[in-house]
Design a protein around this ligand. Structure first.
Ligand SMILES: *Cc1c(COP(=O)(O)O)cnc(C)c1O
Length: 373
């Protein structure tokens, strides 16, 4: 049998594992930060209508520049993000992962480096690797906040070409204050100009506001967003960025022609017509997220303050302690996420019923622990 490493693959890919959140068939899946609510029926109808229209022209390539979609995304950002942007400031791709890939192909690459403050979203380092960009793991405080001074120092020492700031952060849920982002932007411009990417995949779930207004006067700042979480459309694969128009022009150098299919564009446009309905689900999920935090806390678990649609909880002592608990929760029919952060697990806010199932499972575990102690 031929193994991957028998193939003439790139050296830096040898022995590595692909991104792999388990896709298991269990009753309650709270492991990939998806929105638990299926799209409402009127939106499903509207998608069918718009896709039908698009299908009549599938013999043609789609709008390469996705102008109508970028215009509507800009309208959404302007309405909700506290900063006016236009289609010229916005670029869209197949998930924000592709946005990040295009940014790294443009601003990273062989001989260049990117830094992130870990634990954070594993795809930042994986896409760096895939694009031949060296990865630097920057520090965080023990409470998972970004330590501004240490982060500034790491940037000054390493002089990365790309800086990732995930706010709210995955898997911890931690928001990064605007002052920190500004300080790190300054640090990243000090030695040589570097691109600073603020990944706001979860910002709609935040107690605070978007960092979008920081774009003003900062041409090397990018805010990336996605329809996978708040819009409940992970299956759609639509991510986007807002930045100076020059950044949008720069990523054209690497994007594949016609990368965003006509079907994707039509579906995303339909979803944007239903923004208000979808954001009402977000409000419910925020309340459920806060309830999970509160109840876990009351049970005696440690909980990281969350501005996202998930909650990091622990602490589970000992080597593999978190993984054992992950398995015990799974045995009770609930799939959560072991992100490999020692001592901690992550649970996505689901429907009230799903959250009850999770909370019942961990309450039971806590009781058993106390009885055996
Ligand atoms: C889920 C997630 C994304 C979204 O990726 P898509 O490709 O848009 O589905 C981006 N960034 C972070 C931090 C995430 O957790």
């Amino acid at each position: 049998m031929t193994r991957i490493d028998d193939l003439p693959i790139r050296e830096e890919l040898r022995g590595k594992s692909p991104y792999g959140a388990p896709q298991l068939d269990v009753p309650v899946r709270l492991n990939t930060n998806e929105n638990p609510y299926p799209l409402p029926e009127p939106l499903v109808e509207r998608i069918a209508e718009r896709v039908r229209e698009a299908a009549r022209e599938l013999n043609r390539y789609p709008d390469r520049d996705a102008v109508e979609l970028r215009t509507e995304l800009a309208r959404y950002l302007t309405r909700t993000g506290g900063h006016e942007v236009t289609a010229a400031n916005v670029w869209a791709a197949n998930g924000s992962n592709e946005v990040i890939q295009q940014l790294l192909q443009t601003f990273g690459g062989p001989g260049r480096t990117a830094i992130g403050f870990e634990p954070s979203y594993s795809m930042h380092s994986l896409i760096s690797r895939g694009t031949g960009t060296g990865w630097i793991s920057g520090p965080r405080n023990d409470d998972f906040t970004v330590n501004t001074e240490q982060a500034e120092k790491a940037i000054a020492e390493n002089q990365p070409d790309v800086v990732f700031i995930t706010s709210p952060n995955n898997p911890t849920g931690t928001a990064v204050p605007a002052e920190t982002v500004l300080a790190l932007y300054e640090a990243a411009q000090a030695a040589k100009p570097s691109l600073v990417v603020v990944d706001e995949a979860y910002v709609e779930f935040s107690h605070g506001t978007s960092l979008l207004p920081l774009l003003e006067g900062r041409p090397n700042l990018v805010v990336s967003r996605t329809m996978s979480k708040a819009f409940g459309a992970a299956g759609l694969r639509l991510g986007y960025l807002a930045a100076d128009p020059a950044v949008v022009d720069a990523v054209q150098l690497v994007r594949l022609p016609y990368h965003l299919s006509a079907v994707t564009q039509a579906t995303a446009l339909a979803a944007l017509e239903h923004t208000d309905t979808l954001l009402a689900y977000v409000d419910q999920l925020k309340q459920e997220r806060d309830r999970i935090v509160r109840e876990l806390w009351e049970m005696g678990y440690e909980v990281t303050a969350s501005d996202a649609n998930f909650v990091q909880f622990g602490r589970f002592e000992g080597e593999g302690g978190a993984h054992d608990v992950w398995q015990q929760i799974l045995d009770r029919g609930v799939l959560v996420r072991d992100n490999g952060v020692p001592g901690w697990l992550r649970v996505t806010a689901g429907t009230p019923e799903e959250n009850d199932a999770f909370l019942d499972a961990v309450r039971e575990l806590k009781k058993e622990q106390e009885q055996s102690a």
